[in-house]
Design a protein around this ligand. Structure first.
Ligand code: SF4
Ligand code: SF4
Length: 387
């Protein structure tokens, strides 16, 4: 029995670290079309997701996506309670780390210093990570240099998170977080919670180990409580007590509501699940029907091949029912591009190396080309870095 709880605790921590690592590296991963694996590009109002580009310039797509996200969140909360808070939320993930790492230090001053350093580092990592979900990490420095708005947003975000990690931590979960307020009306008598396993009440020895470690200062034995963030700290504490005393796992754990039985035949659960499925189908249908008929992307940077000339690969993908000739021009007249035209057949893909001859000094070593495949449509702008 002890082994079960120890293994579950390890899986819990491992999952948290895997989620955190994924969240950090996802903006850096590029798919075969040269875009991020998952990122909302603010400059183009496009969602890059798994080799697909969804344009949110269309109000309808954005509206469906927000509704889907909301209903999925409601459905998850109805079924699993605040599982998001304990298992996936970066606020509680980093707050738990700051408390557990700094509490190991006995000297009070050193403990405070370590907490400040951790809060600073975690706030910095989180700020950069969040911003990279909106601006490509590969253009991040140049975007910061050229946009004072971005710098301001970054500084404000960093200060906000730093103060939160330093002074607020779990008070945020308890008193401020809007999700915690909403979840009170979303949960019901069958929602999963962390608390006393039914039938084990008499085994409690009133040691209060679970209450002492609870970051939101509640009594886990009286759960369900709206302030519980499902961090499992009380479960681990109780397990330690019983491991020492009776060599079996503790009396706290996950409980499926008042009956301690998974009940999926709840009207509200069925409604939110059904709506989520309908919205998901609608979103996919909308994405497919509005997917770009023609896509051009730059593959890497333009490499210097001598005599002021650069070579770069571009990828063209057509979903059109006719062959087209794509015209490339440099609107700033600082470079000549060759070939000037590329032919793409019906529903075909082309990989092509183009040459760029630089005529004047190029600001920021970045050149812009316009690609036109249909005169009735605005040109597609390509940004090319010269190396
Ligand atoms: S009751 Fe347990 S799971 Fe809930 S917040 Fe407190 S320690 Fe975490
Ligand atoms: S840690 Fe376990 S035994 Fe101790 S008070 Fe909490 S529930 Fe009871």
């Amino acid at each position: 029995m002890i082994a079960n709880s120890v293994i579950r605790g390890k899986i819990y921590r491992l999952l948290q670290f895997i989620v955190a690592a994924c969240a950090l590296i996802i903006p850096f991963i590029k798919t075969s079309n040269g875009n991020s694996l998952f990122r909302f590009d603010v400059s183009t109002l496009q969602l890059h997701a798994f080799n697909t580009v969804v344009s949110f310039a269309s109000f309808f797509s954005a509206f469906i996506a927000i509704l889907l996200f909301t209903f999925l969140f409601v459905f998850t909360t109805q079924l699993l309670g605040r599982v998001w808070c304990g298992w996936l939320c970066p606020q509680s993930f980093f707050s738990i780390r700051i408390e557990s790492y700094s509490k190991k230090i006995k000297n009070k001053t050193m403990r405070r210093i370590v907490a400040i350093i951790l809060a600073f580092l975690f706030a910095l990592v989180l700020t950069l990570n969040w911003m990279m979900y909106f601006v490509s990490p590969y253009d991040f420095i140049s975007s910061l240099k050229s946009s004072s708005t971005m710098v301001t947003i970054g500084v404000v975000l960093f200060l906000f998170i730093f103060v939160d990690f330093l002074l607020v931590r779990f008070k945020w979960c308890k008193y401020v977080c809007p999700y915690s307020k909403f979840q009170v009306v979303m949960t019901d008598d069958d929602t999963l919670y962390v608390g006393m396993i039914p039938g084990k009440e008499k085994e409690c020895i009133d040691c209060h180990a679970c209450i002492r470690v609870c970051p939101t200062h509640i009594d886990p034995r009286k759960n369900p409580d709206a302030d519980c963030i499902y961090c499992e700290t009380c479960v681990t504490a109780c397990n330690h007590v019983f491991q020492k005393k009776e060599h079996h796992e503790g009396i706290l754990g996950y409980v499926w509501g008042k009956s301690n039985k998974l009940n999926i035949k709840r009207p509200q659960l069925i409604i939110t699940f059904g709506l989520s499925v309908i919205l998901f189908i609608l979103l996919i249908f909308n994405i497919i029907s509005s997917s770009e008929p023609f896509r051009i992307s730059v593959d890497g940077v333009a490499k210097n091949i001598g005599n002021g000339e650069y070579a770069v690969n571009i990828k063209l993908k057509s979903n059109l029912e006719k062959a087209v000739r794509v015209h490339l021009t440099n609107p700033d007249n600082v470079a000549e591009v060759s070939p000037k035209g590329i032919r793409v057949f019906i529903k075909a893909s082309v990989d092509k190396t183009i040459n760029i001859k630089v005529l004047k000094e190029i600001p920021n070593n970045t050149i812009y080309l316009n690609a036109v495949y249909d005169r009735a449509k605005p040109p597609i702008q390509l940004e090319i870095k010269l190396k």
